[in-house]
Unconditional design. Structure first.
Length: 296
């Protein structure tokens, strides 16, 4: 008689952990949101001195460090062949020729006439001399759970100073990479789930639903990997509550509706890790699937 493997599948194990988190939502047993350990880095590159708006433009396109073509040349790097520039805004400055009381301008004052689109390139679009402080990224990055999966998907993983984008803890840019502004596993897991969601073809546009999937999925992923204390259930709950308030939906109803998409992301990440023979630290999955209205 053939032996039947009674062990639950990855998807079943993921669903079991998801159910445990849903139960925590229902019972109110939610831990406090984790304190953030922000990253403060001062890498000498042109983008460090840009306006907040221009830094954010670069970050949203996956470039933590950026500079103009000639600026890269000055520090021993050159733009790779075939790379396309992104554009930031530079003011057109002139001197006032006469006093203008209505505008509060005096003759000789600097005035802004408008803005110009200036082409710049990100660090990973260049090659040459290493940029001090970047090539020796902290060991923190190499210790991130499943970082090998992100890199196998062709995504760069880097850090940026939270001062560059004080309203964002992390970024995922399709086709480019993940940038972190905090040494916090819940932020990493959130962005990694975005990457998986995009790879599955679901992340067509950023929306509150996508954020719910990323935050809920991040909590599930960390618990799958044994990082229960790092799993930010409180953050997941905040996203879910906001979404439910906007859509006038029940919390558990939305969770169940998004569970298949969320578990699909986690299953993809764990399956990819298995293919790459990536060790999963302290993994203890739920022992059996739980019936929660989805196919597992």
């Amino acid at each position: 008689m053939a032996t039947v493997d009674a062990r639950p599948s990855t998807r079943e194990r993921v669903a079991g952990i998801a159910h445990d988190i849903l139960a925590a939502f229902e019972s109110g047993e939610l831990p406090e949101v984790l304190a953030q350990l922000f990253i403060h880095r001062k890498v000498e590159v042109a983008s460090r001195y840009w306006t907040w708006t221009n830094r954010l433009i670069a970050l949203r396109r996956g470039h933590v460090y950026a500079a103009g073509f000639r600026q890269w040349k000055e520090i021993g790097r050159s733009v790779k062949k075939g790379e396309h520039a992104l554009h930031i805004l530079a003011p057109r400055i002139a001197r006032a020729r006469e006093d203008d009381e209505e505008r509060g301008v005096k003759e000789g004052d600097s005035i802004t006439l408008g803005f110009l689109a200036v082409p710049v390139f990100g660090y990973f679009q260049t090659e040459g001399e290493p940029l001090a402080g970047v090539e020796d990224e902290p060991e923190f990055l190499d210790r991130l759970p499943l970082v090998e999966v992100a890199r196998a998907w062709g995504l760069s993983v880097s850090l940026y100073s939270i001062e560059d984008a004080p309203d964002r803890l992390g970024f995922f840019t399709p086709g480019r990479g993940i940038a972190l502004g905090t040494e916090n596993l819940s932020t990493w897991a959130h962005e990694l789930v975005h990457a998986a969601d995009h790879r599955l073809g679901n992340l067509v546009a950023r929306s509150l639903v996508a954020e719910v999937v990323a935050e809920f999925g991040g909590a599930i992923l960390l618990e799958c990997l044994g990082y229960r204390s790092e799993s930010d259930r409180g953050g997941a709950f905040a996203y879910l509550r906001r979404h439910c308030e906007e859509k006038k939906r029940s919390l558990l109803g939305v969770c169940t509706e998004l569970l298949d998409r969320t578990c699909g992301c986690i299953t993809l990440l764990l399956d990819e890790a298995e293919k790459l023979a990536v060790p999963t630290v302290g993994v203890e999955y739920a022992s059996a699937p739980v019936a929660i209205g989805i196919a597992v």
